[in-house]
Design a protein around this ligand. Structure first.
Ligand code: AMP
Ligand code: MG
Length: 419
């Protein structure tokens, strides 16, 4: 092992990387394009929501006092003076002993202070008289009425900078009449797979060749976590090829470089030379499995994370470092992958010198017990066990044997995140 390779704990490596990441600038985007991004402005309501008192039910707008004595046996008859649909403005007021037939969402007419739902009237029944309605139940003032501002008050701060915009936030912004919103720009992430043995996914395989799966898996991770991937062509293991890809990424405005391969001892000198020529790069051996060797640095002000070549290592190292890096650029407050505690259903082996991330499928039973079952062989190249996993079970170093039944923390790769 070359001596300038630094040994690091996972958390230390993550902090070193995050310290070099900057939240990107905001940009005004059409509302729907803001989905999944973080809000870069404070949103105060310009008006009440709902903007006017309105009916929560289909029924009759009445004066509660008029029907105070109404019962099923002794209904109170009121004269129906109008019908009001949602979207209509009330033309007349409810006078004593009258009612207005009203639909859900229609503005509460003046004079009325409650709505009696159809179910508590003779609406539609054989005995219903033309122009009259029998009310079979008393209502309190305000019943079945949605008050103006009951959802959001004018002037209230409803969303703060850094909020991740989910469909509910998009809906709220729409209800406030915001066709555009300031959201943090998505990082452009250049993805470069290196290797003489690689061919692209639509090419036939020659002897000794394999397909470039990392480029696609890493680009998909970038996309999934909110970045814009720039999937560059495969770089051969030559200085000119790697240099050309880096130049291409710079020209296309990359905010972050992700390379895969070329960081293990065999390739180390080549990539090191290229990257040293172009910028400042350190090589790290992070105390984790899978994914020990990696690189980190910057090229002309653009950070670069050098992922290992093995397909699972590339994805797991991405999860530990590239995902929080992208989140920081996106202006997210929560950078860590959510973890839950689950009972391991299989025996596992801990390593003395590094934390292990084991591919696992986490489920919860009807009693609310979370369990984690390993998804198969844990070799760094076995993508199929990654496919079956929804989380990475964390096996701390020095833990000795980890028998089935042990409680472990699992990083959830699929988990709802709200901040
Ligand atoms: P390296 O770090 O370049 O020595 O690569 C380690 C292992 O990962 C080798 O078996 C490579 O063939 C494999 N590998 C490297 N890059 C890729 C890639 N883009 N797609 C699939 N496998 C890869
Ligand atoms: Mg290689």
């Amino acid at each position: 092992m070359p001596e300038e390779i630094l040994l690091m704990e996972v958390e230390q490596a993550r902090q070193e990387i995050l310290a070099q990441m900057r939240t990107l600038e905001p940009e005004q985007v059409p509302l729907l394009e803001a989905l999944g991004r973080t809000l870069a402005e404070e949103i105060a309501a310009g008006a009440d929501i709902p903007p006017f008192d309105n009916s929560a039910m289909d029924g009759y707008a009445v004066r509660a006092a008029d029907v105070a004595d109404a019962t099923l046996e002794q209904p109170v008859a009121l004269q129906v003076i109008a019908t009001l649909a949602a979207g209509e403005a009330p033309g007349v007021a409810v006078q004593p002993q009258t009612a207005i037939r009203i639909m859900t969402g229609a503005p509460l007419p003046p004079g009325a202070d409650a709505v009696v739902p159809f179910e508590d009237t003779d609406e539609g029944s054989a005995g219903a008289e033309h122009g009259r309605v029998r009310i079979a139940s008393a209502v309190r003032s305000g019943a079945n009425v949605r008050q103006a501002g009951e959802d959001v008050r004018r002037g209230e701060v409803v969303l703060r900078p850094g909020t991740v915009l989910r469909p509910a936030e998009i809906g709220l912004l729409a209800s406030l009449g915001r066709p555009r919103v300031a959201a943090t720009r998505r990082p452009r992430v250049a993805v470069i797979a290196t290797g003489d043995e690689l061919v692209d996914i639509d090419a036939p395989l020659g002897p000794g060749q394999i397909r470039n799966s990392n480029g696609y898996a890493n680009a998909a991770q970038v996309l999934r976590y909110g970045g814009t991937p720039l999937l560059l062509p495969i770089a051969r293991d030559t200085m000119t090829a790697v240099t050309a890809r880096i130049e291409e990424g710079i020209a296309r405005g990359a905010d972050l470089f992700l390379t895969s391969g070329g960081v293990s001892v065999g390739d180390y000198d080549l990539v090191k030379r290229v990257l040293h020529d172009l910028g400042q790069i350190d090589f790290w051996r992070v105390r984790m499995q899978p994914g020990k060797p990696m690189a980190f640095g910057g090229i002309r002000g653009v950070p670069l994370i050098g992922l290992p070549g093995n397909p699972v290592s590339a994805m797991v190292v991405f999860e530990q470092f590239a995902r929080p890096a992208i989140f920081k650029m996106l202006g997210r407050r929560r950078l860590r992958t959510p973890e839950i505690e689950a009972t391991l259903l299989d025996d596992a082996k801990a390593y003395a010198d590094r934390v292990r991330f084991l591919r696992a499928i986490v489920t919860v039973d009807v009693a609310g017990h979370w369990t984690a079952r390993l998804t198969g062989p844990q070799g760094s190249g076995v993508l199929s066990s990654m496919v079956r996993a929804n989380g990475l079970a964390i096996i701390p170093k020095h833990a000795g044997k980890v028998p089935a039944g042990t409680k472990v923390w699992v990083q959830m790769l699929e988990w709802p995140e709200t901040e």
